[in-house]
Design a protein around this ligand. Structure first.
Ligand code: HEC
Length: 326
């Protein structure tokens, strides 16, 4: 996916470069990127490229070349004679990279997933048929479990509800119905089911996770934290994520203004609890942190897929100090 995106971006970049000379004398961009920004990005890339390999490294290096070129071209514009070679070269690189990416990344994935999806659909259908034929609790459970695993949630709900009709004390069914209700946005009912289930079977980690989510969404941070702690206690697998959730809930409950709290409440969900990276890039050791002005700008205005995060001056100040310690 990422590879495709990068390829497309490079492709259009190449296209643009190829067409640019046709547009006559170069006009300044409506809003030229600031030289400092380009330099900063270049610096960041130079750091990142050390840890990359293979295609990714090549792409990063291609981007560096682009940046250097942009920096070069940033000087007050002067008419230049048209030289076709750099353009041809850039296009050549783009095409080569593109062919490489297409070849090695794309065709394999879709094939695999359709085949497995088909096999799984068949398996699920067989389980469903059997469960409906026999109506036995064991068969219904087998169907519900597999449907839940495959995220066929409507089938899972049908199966588990059928179990409850036959055996209202089946705790697995109570728990799963609770989770499915939560997924359907019916928080109050979900909470009722899950409280019963977790009371009867406190060892079931997933129940604690969802119960915590419900409490949190209903504004009960303390109960949420307690539930998530139970999840960790009984050995739930998504340890890191849940530790992050707990930290976030704590930070929100305190609402304090020390930098760490602000970070955990407003940034950690995407950049990791200690800045190790996640949805957003790694912040630990990120050279961009050496420039508080740049960070301030990114936070207040957003960048790319990162939304703008409205913070008060006070919050920003302590946050920037905290980021300096990462
Ligand atoms: C919703 C997820 C999300 C949140 C919340 C978030 N970020 Fe980001 N952040 C991102 C993403 C994604 C990027 C990459 C943006 C891009 O370049 O396209 C990013 C980029 C950055 C960068 C630039 C890093 C680089 O190497 O160029 C900084 C600095 C940053 N974020 C700081 C913060 C701070 C500080 C906060 C909290 C106030 C925060 N972010 C909150 C997702 C997030």
């Amino acid at each position: 996916m990422m590879a495709t995106l990068i390829f497309l971006v490079l492709f259009f970049l190449g296209f643009y470069l190829a067409l640019r000379p046709l547009r006559g004398p170069r006009e300044p961009f409506p809003e030229p990127p600031r030289r400092e920004e380009l330099l900063k990005e270049l610096e960041v890339l130079k750091e990142e490229v050390k840890s990359l390999e293979g295609e990714e490294k090549k792409l990063a290096m291609a981007r560096m070349v682009e940046l250097e070129r942009a920096l070069d071209g940033w000087r007050p514009p002067e008419p230049r004679p048209f030289n076709p070679w750099p353009v041809a070269l850039a296009l050549g690189v783009v095409v080569l990279l593109g062919v490489g990416l297409w070849r090695y990344t794309l065709p394999r994935l879709p094939g695999e997933t359709t085949v497995t999806a088909r096999a799984e659909a068949r398996e699920l259908k067989a389980l469903q048929d059997k469960a409906k034929r026999t109506g036995e609790v064991a068969d219904l459970l087998a169907w519900g479990r597999r449907a839940y695993e495959l995220q066929a949630f409507d089938q899972a709900a049908e199966a588990y509800l059928a179990v409850l009709k036959k055996d209202p004390t089946n705790i697995e069914a109570v728990r799963r119905v609770g989770i499915l209700l939560f997924m359907g946005g019916r928080l109050e009912e979900a909470q009722m089911f899950l409280e019963i289930a977790q009371h009867a079977d406190p060892k079931a980690a997933e129940g604690w996770l969802f119960l915590g989510n419900i409490y949190f969404q209903r504004g009960q941070a303390k109960e949420a934290i307690a539930a998530w702690e139970k999840y960790l206690e009984v050995g739930g697998e998504a340890r890191e994520r849940v530790e992050g959730l707990i930290a976030m809930a704590r930070a929100q409950a305190q609402g304090g203004t020390d930098g760490k709290t602000v970070y955990q409440a407003r940034c950690a969900a995407c950049h990791g609890l200690t800045g190790e990276g996640g949805v957003g890039p790694r912040l630990q050791g990120n050279p961009v942190l050496k420039s508080p002005e740049a960070v301030r700008e990114i936070v207040l205005r957003g960048r790319g897929t990162m939304p703008a995060i409205p913070l008060s001056e006070e919050e920003l100040k302590v946050l920037l100090e905290f980021l300096g310690t990462l």
